[in-house]
Design a protein around this ligand. Structure first.
Ligand code: PHB
Length: 402
């Protein structure tokens, strides 16, 4: 058996043994790896929710990723791409098994996933233990680029802190004093509300009550009644996907959209706006994207996405698209040789991407540095109002790579 044919199993073992494995690879004869790079297709694991409240989000990430690969001729780093798809159902309890299967049985070269913070943290653990390259195209769990940060883990989305911290100042500056918050009781909700509250109270605001319900429940009525009783100046919320559609509609059906303005993380109205219809009009949110960002990359992206899917692109599609762009930068730098990890990671960490969202680069924890925009729902779109905070960099609390 030639070196190039023996290498895949060695490379897999190396991946599964993490740092020790990397050392093994480093000591391989140099001529062995380029042969592998040309021979085998690159195996990409897509671990995303394809069912449940986040199903549409997962599908748009998938579509965005594939669109970018198609633009690159079906290749990344010059290698043909094949996919292994797993529906994680946004269920943390099955996440470790799903990820272990992708790494151990399917032997993927890289995993792209996922949407839900709890599922992502289970994936991060497996990625850290096995050394598998992981790109998170949505989930914002602060810890993924905080205490659990690792060289082989990148995020093309956001940290939960990042998207909502700027909104604290925006709302305080608008003269809003008393706010009730409402979200699902899990990592993403807690961290997004926490970051908003951190900045809002720092700027003189008061949180009058934090309302929660378990993920992914959508029985909002009792909580909406409670908001009506509290009569805060405004409400701040995080919901996404199908749950966000229902929440915004229920809020409007109760008539509260006329008396108590609804604010939120941009996920409340991104990818959901069409289904929310009139109920969403006037909702203000912060996010690293707006539909009408007038930069050439966004204009081209929206056109290409529509041509491929007949749908309007959103932040999830952008994050999937950028995950493929980032991987192309990494694999391009090593001519498709995914085993040349250090050089690949170095190129990815230094990447400067002209993203549809605007300029995208990465901090030392591998979390994006990006503008956070204030948007308002007008004309059936999340329209840009202003840059709420430019080049926002997550503090990466607890990450030892910083
Ligand atoms: C998350 O769980 O981190 C999450 C899920 C959906 C979003 C944003 C964040 O839209």
């Amino acid at each position: 058996m030639s070196d190039s044919r023996r290498l895949p199993s060695l490379s897999r073992r190396a991946l599964l043994t993490g740092a020790a494995g990397a050392a093994t690879l480093a000591s391989l004869p140099r001529f062995a790896t380029p042969a592998l790079a040309q021979a085998a297709p690159l195996k990409v694991g897509l671990m995303l929710p394809y069912t449940g409240t986040y199903a549409k989000l997962g599908q748009f990430i998938d579509d965005g990723f594939r669109l970018r690969v198609e633009q690159l001729g079906g290749k990344l780093g010059g290698r043909e791409v094949t996919y292994v798809q797993v529906d994680d159902e946004s269920k943390p309890e099955t996440a470790t098994d799903n990820m272990n299967r992708l790494v151990g049985r399917d032997k993927v070269d890289v995993v792209i996933g996922t949407v839900h913070s709890g599922v992502a943290m289970a994936m991060v653990k497996v990625a850290r233990d096995s050394g598998t390259m992981l790109i998170i195209p949505n989930a914002g769990a602060n810890d993924a680029t905080g205490p659990a940060c690792a060289p082989n883990i990148f995020r093309t989305s956001f940290s939960n802190w990042q998207t909502t911290f700027p909104m604290g100042k925006v709302m305080a500056d608008a003269g809003i004093k008393n706010v009730a918050t409402i979200t699902w009781k899990y990592t993403a909700g807690a961290e997004m509300v926490g970051a908003f509250a951190e900045n809002f109270t720092k700027n003189g605001g008061k949180i009058v009550e934090d309302l929660t319900l378990p993920f992914p429940q959508v029985e909002f009525q009792a909580l909406i009644t409670r908001i009506a009783q509290l009569k805060p100046d405004a409400v701040f919320s995080f919901f996404a996907g199908g749950g966000a559609v229902k929440f915004v509609k229920d809020y409007a059906a109760a008539g509260l959209n006329k008396s108590i303005p609804l604010y939120g993380a941009g996920f409340l109205t991104d990818g959901t706006i069409e289904a929310q219809g009139e109920a969403a009009i006037g909702i203000k949110t912060t996010l690293h994207y707006a539909d009408n960002l007038d930069n050439p990359a966004n204009v081209a992206f929206l056109k290409a996405f529509k041509a491929k899917t007949q749908k309007d692109g959103d932040i999830y599609a952008v994050q999937g698209f950028d995950a493929a762009s980032l991987l192309e930068i990494g694999l391009g730098a090593v001519k498709g040789d995914a085993a040349a990890r250090d050089a690949m990671i170095k190129a990815m960490a230094a990447a400067k991407i002209d993203s549809p969202r605007g300029p995208l680069s990465f901090n030392k924890a591998h979390n994006p540095i990006q503008n956070i925009y204030l948007r308002e729902v007008r004309n059936g779109r999340n329209e840009l109002v202003s840059i709420a905070q430019s080049a926002v960099d997550d503090p990466a609390r607890g990450c030892r790579m910083t």
